[in-house]
Design a protein around this ligand. Sequence first.
Ligand code: 5GP
Length: 186
Amino acid sequence: MQNKEIVLISGPSGVGKKTVIESLFELTDKLKISISATTRKPRVGEVNGKDYWFMTKSGFEEKIQKNEFLEWAEVAGNYYGTPLENIDIARKEKRYLLLELDVKGGLTVMKNFNGSVISFFIVPPVFSDLKKRLMKRATESEEQIDLRLKIAKVELLFKDRYDFRIENCVPKKAAKKIFDMLGEMK
Ligand code: 5GP
């Protein structure tokens, strides 16, 4: 992890990124999660400032104009973005900033922070698992699930742009693999 300050995790919707990240946090305290801003409506149980900073579309667009995002993207009809200040917060705490981003955001970060990023792409063992997970999660409409699956197919085409591909059969094992690859953070 020398000279690295950003740990980037991407992967299709429904692959279980959040669970893998939760397991990763049980293994190390060297990571600082980046709380993104979004215009998506909160899901049941999601908390403002913990899961996301939930914003209006106009509020988000104002922040884009003021260059207040490290990166941002429109995903499945909603805006998502990483507040620029998150990198400073992590630096001050001497921790690595953990970004969980869609592929577009991921590629932007890899380009703009080339050399400072270690990147992981979480892949499903089989594609059909994604639909099962999204249906089970039941947080999106059928239309939204179809849209997310279409996006997932495109996102999977970019997996080789990432440093490591991690199959998520068992989240704890996937997290351990990431932890091991982060090497000297042990
Ligand atoms: P969800 O609505 O399921 O929470 O997230 C949808 C997608 O947006 C996921 O692929 C997630 O990784 C991505 N995402 C979350 N936060 C950000 C962000 O700040 N920037 C970008 N580019 N993507 C994000």
